[in-house]
Design a protein around this ligand. Structure first.
Ligand code: COA
Ligand code: MG
Length: 292
């Protein structure tokens, strides 16, 4: 999951465009990009779109449902799970308990539609409420469906009454940097994908490139997109480079050839177990991206 492109669920045109965008995941949105009056129509459109897609070749399909406090989540699921999406994105998670609650709801809908228990993955947006940020450590008790964690700044900013999310130079202010950092830590603590939030200025490709580079450096393995033009840049930034793959292979080989010790020397550098683990993770991501 390098690029995850949001597509408003009430736009037939964008849904069609999203599926050929090259994104690893298309997220059909039923939440913030759909006006309240359009929710029923968006659900039906989302269902038709997902049910008619040829699966297996193109992107994974997720649906962002309305959050648990709206009372709309179960109605969203009742319509879309029938179409067998690969996953559900849950906004405004207050803690892992919300993910567990969604999992219980999914279980019922899967049973009703003849799907395997656990067939539908979950990605949680874990920083859109203040309590959500403070609950980052609860994801330790989460569930096997959880495939990734991501974060959002806009709803959190509204909730705390911040006047901006970024400094003049584009750097997120402290509260949002904390939310971002906790997402990396929570995702890696439970070994799920850490997905960076959206970059809303969709004409600024240089800004996006910089933000992707920082995200990849800091441990994110993918990023949310809001416009098809962002997808190739995101895919490029989160695909391990040829050099990085060769380096990782050399590290893995050095450990194997030395009989799997605690530490090896390679080209005048010391590598110990954390380096091996990092190399293995990079190779796993390269394999998923079709680079091996
Ligand atoms: N998914 C699929 N197609 C999209 C798209 C998206 N997220 N964003 C734009 N497109 C399409 C447009 O429909 C247009 O297609 P067309 O040439 O066939 O008409 C083309 O890409 C170029 O779009 P552009 O004119 O550059 O942008 P726009 O003004 O039409 O749309 C936004 C700008 C921000 C409204 C649009 O990108 C969007 O809806 N993004 C997703 C918003 C969202 O889901 N938000 C929730 C998560 S934060
Ligand atoms: Mg939102």
């Amino acid at each position: 999951m390098r690029s995850l492109l949001f597509v408003p669920g009430d736009s037939e045109r964008k849904l069609a465009k999203g599926s050929t965008s090259g994104a690893d995941v298309v997220i059909v949105d039923l939440e913030d990009s759909v006006a309240p009056a359009s929710k029923p129509a968006a659900r039906a459109l989302a269902h038709g779109f997902i049910a008619n897609l040829q699966r297996g070749l193109g992107p994974k399909i997720y649906v962002r449902v309305n959050d648990l406090s709206t009372g709309l989540t179960d109605e969203d699921l009742a319509v879309v799970v029938k179409a067998r999406p690969d996953g559900i994105m849950l906004p405004k998670c207050n803690s892992a308990a919300d993910v567990v609650q969604l999992a219980a709801m999914l279980r019922v809908h899967e049973a009703e539609n003849g799907l395997d228990d656990g067939a539908t993955e979950i990605v949680g947006i874990m920083t859109e409420t203040p309590f959500g940020v403070l609950s980052a450590s609860t994801y330790r008790v989460s569930c096997p469906r959880l495939a990734g964690l991501t974060w959002g700044a806009e709803d959190l900013s509204a909730a705390i009454g911040a006047m901006a999310t970024r400094e003049g130079n584009g750097r997120y202010t402290d509260v949002f940097r904390l939310a971002r950092t906790l997402t990396i830590l929570a995702a890696s603590a439970v070994e799920v994908a850490a997905i960076d939030t959206v970059f809303v200025n969709f004409r600024d490709s240089e800004g996006l490139r910089l933000e992707c580079a920082e995200a990849a450096r800091d441990g994110f393995t993918g990023k949310l997109a809001i416009h098809p033009d962002q997808v190739p840049l995101i895919n490029e930034a989160f695909t391990p480079s040829g050099d990085a793959i060769e380096q990782a292979k050399a590290i893995v080989r050095a450990f194997a050839e030395a009989g799997n010790p605690g530490v090896v020397g390679l080209d005048g550098q010391m590598y110990d177990r954390p380096h091996l683990r990092r190399a293995e993770r990079l190779l796993a991501r390269a394999a998923t991206a079709g680079m091996l």
